[in-house]
Design a protein around this ligand. Structure first.
Ligand code: HEC
Length: 110
């Protein structure tokens, strides 16, 4: 009985740890590459040419970035997103989400 409980606990903590890891790394996107991609593909309008408002990782909370990315086909600039691969979008997500204002390392895009 006790042994079975221990096995259950082990399994539960293993699943918990791997979930935590997946989330911590922003679904395994590459945040460093995401920063580069964001500056290359998004920042041109989101501040440089003034077509859209300034956006930085700290513009939103992690939950807000998640909702934004999930509903990206509703954004005014969805055509810009459509030019990028899912992998690139996932990297941008890792960057924005990973440095959101309620994250452990909030960042402003400079
Ligand atoms: C051609 C110009 C252009 C490009 C490039 C562009 N956007 Fe936008 N974006 C806009 C405009 C215009 C709006 C609507 C007005 C606003 O929100 O400032 C908008 C709105 C948004 C919004 C909603 C605003 C908010 O506060 O939630 C988000 C998020 C966003 N863009 C993210 C991105 C990301 C990420 C990229 C790069 C993948 C990107 N945009 C590329 C022009 C652009």
């Amino acid at each position: 009985m006790f042994k079975r409980l221990m096995v259950m606990l082990l399994i539960v903590s293993f699943i918990g740890a791997s979930l935590g890891l997946a989330l911590a790394s922003g679904d395994k996107g590459n945040s460093r590459k995401g920063k580069y991609l964001y500056r290359k593909n998004c920042r041109v309008c989101h501040v440089e040419n003034g077509k859209a408002k300034e956006l930085s990782p700290i513009s939103k909370t992690q939950a807000q970035w998640k909702t934004t990315f999930e509903a990206r086909d509703k954004l005014a600039c969805k055509a810009e997103w459509a030019k990028m691969s899912d992998k690139d979008i996932n990297d941008i997500y890792a960057y924005l989400w990973g440095h959101a204002k309620d994250s452990p390392s909030p960042a402003k895009c400079k």
